[in-house]
Write a protein of this length. Structure first.
Lengths: 120, 152
């Protein structure tokens, strides 16, 4: 069971999309990620580098039959962080459905923790 | 955190996870499908060797067959460009894989029995040919079934 943990760094749409796409696979080639997200090489490279620096994704490059192959995968840390973030989103939605008259969940209600706070 | 934003984000996550699984199980390349049928068919002639020839030929052909299937699987995976995590396989998707193998073995057994009864001089070769063609015929529907039974 994953502990819900809202992660502002992951919640940036481009990063969340990339992590969501990589979550069900062991690895995915860069070209498939780019096609699936319908984005450009440069924009995707930027997000991958950012997530790699944060330790959430791993990239391996090799040459196969004369073609360059770049595989992207979630690191263990990335998998845990993504799972916790998805659980936090589910918790927010579930809480709102349990209390339809109440206001939406606020950052002070537990699961919502900024990336900055998380790193401290 | 706005609830609507959280719902939208979750919906986006689900859509992308389905997209990832669909990308990992696309329509198989033609060479992968025909290659599989060709490997099965190519193993046939060894079965029609004389008993002394079979003693040597069968283990060698078996090993070569396994190596060829592994190499073909590896090439196909590289061409597709994605590999699904084992945890995403559901009981139904495992059943699809097992069912495919069982169906191929049943077709081979029936074809071998039929060709032997018909008195053909090369019953195993013909049986493997029939089985190879059957393997080709079911490859795409089985791939579709695999994709449909993944754990989303």
């Amino acid at each position: 069971m994953v502990e819900p943990f809202f992660n502002e760094y992951i919640h940036v749409p481009a990063r969340l999309s990339l992590l969501a796409l990589l979550a069900p696979v062991q690895w995915m080639e860069f070209r498939i990620v780019r096609e699936s997200l319908d984005t450009s090489d440069s924009a995707l490279s930027k997000q991958i580098s950012s997530l790699q620096d944060a330790g959430y994704v791993e990239v391996s490059k090799d040459r196969l039959h004369g073609r360059r192959s770049t595989r992207v995968r979630l690191s263990e840390q990335g998998r845990v962080a993504f799972g916790a973030h998805a659980a936090a989103l589910e918790q927010i939605v579930a809480a709102a459905h349990q209390r339809p008259q109440s206001r939406p969940t606020t950052p002070q209600e537990g699961a919502f923790v900024s990336h900055k706070e998380q790193r401290l | 955190m706005d609830v609507e934003r959280a719902e939208r984000a979750l919906q986006e996550v689900r859509v992308l996870q389905e997209r990832a699984l669909r990308a990992a199980y696309p329509r198989l390349p033609w060479w992968s499908v025909t290659g599989r049928g060709a490997i099965i068919a190519a193993m046939g002639p060894v079965g029609d060797l004389s008993p002394s020839g079979m003693a040597v030929g069968m283990p060698v052909t078996g090993m070569l067959g396994v190596a060829a299937f592994s190499a073909l699987g590896e090439f196909t995976e590289r061409r597709i460009g994605a590999k699904v995590r084992t945890s995403r396989h559901s009981v139904r998707s495992v059943a699809v894989n097992v069912g495919e193998i069982v169906a191929i073995l049943v077709v081979f057994a029936l074809a071998a029995w039929g060709t032997s009864r018909a008195g053909t001089p090369i019953p195993v070769t013909l049986a493997c040919l029939v089985t190879g063609l059957f393997g080709i015929a079911i490859a795409q529907p089985v791939q579709k079934a695999r994709s449909a039974t993944m754990r989303y």
